[in-house]
Design a protein around this ligand. Sequence first.
Ligand code: SF4
Length: 365
Amino acid sequence: MSATPAPIDYTQLAAEIKRWAREFGFADAGITDIDLSDAAQGLDDYLAAGHHGGMQWMAERAHMRVHPEELHPGTLRIICVRMDYAPPEIQSAWDVIHDDSLAYISRYALGRDYHKLIRQRLQKFADRIEREVGPFGYRVFCDSAPIMEKPLAQKAGLGWRGKHTLTLSRSGGSYFFLGEILTDLPLPVDAPVSDHCGSCTRCLDICPTGAIIAPGQLDARRCITYLNIEHKGSIDPELRPLMGNRIFGCDDCQLVCPWNKYAKVTVEADFAPRHGLDHARLIDLFGWDEATWRTNTEGMAVRRAGHEGWLRNIAIALGNARHSPEVIAALHARADHPSDIVREHVQWALAQQAGKRQNSQGTAA
Ligand code: SF4
């Protein structure tokens, strides 16, 4: 007769899971149930107001977002994890933002694409759990499915939603990625985190385009991160001057956040900046032809912009740069680009530069 397996002590297993999470490079882990009814109204309001812009996929799969069990039948709990990505001396990001000859790329996107790295790490984490409890139902995610990762992270105790809408941790600021394991294990859940923004409004005040229209409400249609990554096509000319030199993403709301003095520098070598992209010159990046761009952005999140979007965004930044013969020459070199979108933004940038030249001549006279 074979021995009956010992029943699983889920309280002890939850404690082990949090310990293993750190062994797999996650800075924190928490467990929550699948009830997202509190977040559902916020999602409905966001979509009804059109604040998702052209991200139609958000509306199409809204029901699934608030029902994680539809993503993976049998799901009872979600193990939420956080992985820090901040490079050393992240505050020097301001030096790049304030130098209009340089390209600003969001600090999360300077190294290897986090999606694959975190999914692989979550898979190893799930394998570790399986070695302990035997076969169990699960599915791993990292920003790759209709899942409300921020409300789930808050419920799991990883942090609260800051007024900028990002997840914010008292012990780790906001420079981190989130990942999830949906599971059928009936683990004990953690307590949610309460809000610690208080009377602070720094992120609302600093947003270059006024995209944070109220505490916790982001209009993606004005958000630079949406405009230079998710939005395809022409960018509203009224917003272009406000984008400055931010060619992929934007970090201003995080850089001013007082809680980020507690942000942890990443321990992942794969997140280290590649090709000097943490302080690259706009003109140099604008000179990358498609083959060079493909080679240099292999395996990186900046790929999401596409080469056309990359040139569009840099054209805007060059339009916003101070007048110089080098900037004009770089723009003229792209004036006949086959893409309508690139040509339109190059023409806009040349017009901006022409205006600056006239102004400087008028001042000199
Ligand atoms: S900047 Fe202030 S208001 Fe904004 S998320 Fe940070 S603490 Fe909250």
